[in-house]
Design a protein around this ligand. Structure first.
Ligand SMILES: Nc1ncnc2c1ncn2[C@@H]1O[C@H](COP(=O)(O)OP(=O)(O)OP(=O)(O)O)[C@@H](O)[C@H]1O
Ligand SMILES: O=c1ccn([C@@H]2O[C@H](COP(=O)(O)O)[C@@H](O)[C@H]2O)c(=O)[nH]1
Ligand SMILES: [Mg+2]
Length: 216
């Protein structure tokens, strides 16, 4: 039994640090009336919440590119989803009555994937953005000039790459084994990547994604 039923559609958005997940999610929100929840943003908000017992833990994990224990992140996501559903009820709601969530930067590790799918809501698909480490590093160092993020520096970025390869790639391979991964090369311009991502999401909504997809 999951917290949310089949009126709620969840798409996980994964990819290496700086692959463009947040950028593309913002664009897809405009097209498909998604609620976009970034696990990293929720953790940063919790880190800075006055009185949070997890503040120091989250700060250390983010700086070192390691993964915050799943209980913390899943609770934050579950709460944010619940709040979004309530907000939607109070306004016009979702057009077709089906709630649509893009869960960005999550699950980063197998334990999170299994727990969220089984207890909150199983993901319909994984939108997976890929590009080279060289491109990701360049983007993140550029972003770091203005982002104020404690992990947008070369030392933290290198650690994030290691965590991504060791903990997150197994998650992607797990969803590949379920035929749920839509891989989109995110090296090109924001517009070009957006066009491909949009095509994929359309296919997911039309129920046309019966196996993994790769869009180069
Ligand atoms: N297709 C693109 N071409 C050029 N720059 C891009 C592209 N997509 C994103 N960027 C830029 O790269 C940086 C990282 O993008 P974004 O924040 O979307 O990545 P992310 O995958 O969410 O990263 P993180 O895992 O660190 O949260 C941003 O400064 C963004 O403006
Ligand atoms: O599920 C998650 C997601 C993120 N984290 C931590 O946050 C940072 C930043 O995440 P971004 O997606 O790049 O904003 C990440 O490096 C982890 O330290 C997490 O622990 N669990
Ligand atoms: Mg991001």
């Amino acid at each position: 039994m999951t917290v949310f039923d089949d009126r709620i559609i969840v798409i996980y958005v994964l990819g290496g640090p700086g692959a463009g997940k947040g950028t593309q999610c913002a664009r897809l929100v405009e097209d498909f009336d998604f609620v976009h929840l970034s696990a990293g943003d929720l953790l940063r908000a919790e880190q800075h919440r006055e009185g949070s017992e997890f503040s120091k833990l989250i700060q250390d994990c983010i700086k070192n590119g390691t993964i915050v224990p799943m209980e913390v992140t899943i609770k934050l996501l579950e709460n944010a989803m619940g709040e979004a559903v309530e907000r939607k009820k109070g306004s016009h709601g979702w057009e077709d009555g089906r709630g649509r969530f893009l869960i960005d930067g999550f699950p980063r590790k197998m334990d999170q994937a299994l727990k969220f799918d089984e207890s909150v809501r199983a993901a319909s698909a994984v939108l997976f953005f890929t590009t080279s480490e060289e491109v990701m590093l360049k983007r993140l160092l550029e972003r770091g000039k203005t982002s104020g993020r404690e992990d947008d520096n070369e030392e933290s970025i290198k650690k994030r790459f290691v965590t991504y390869m060791e903990a997150t790639m197994p998650v992607i391979n797990y969803y590949r084994s379920l035929g749920k991964v839509a891989e989109v090369d995110s090296t090109a311009s924001v517009e070009e990547v957006h066009a491909k991502a949009s095509t994929v999401v359309n296919a997911i909504f039309k129920g046309e994604m019966s196996n993994n997809i790769v869009l180069a």
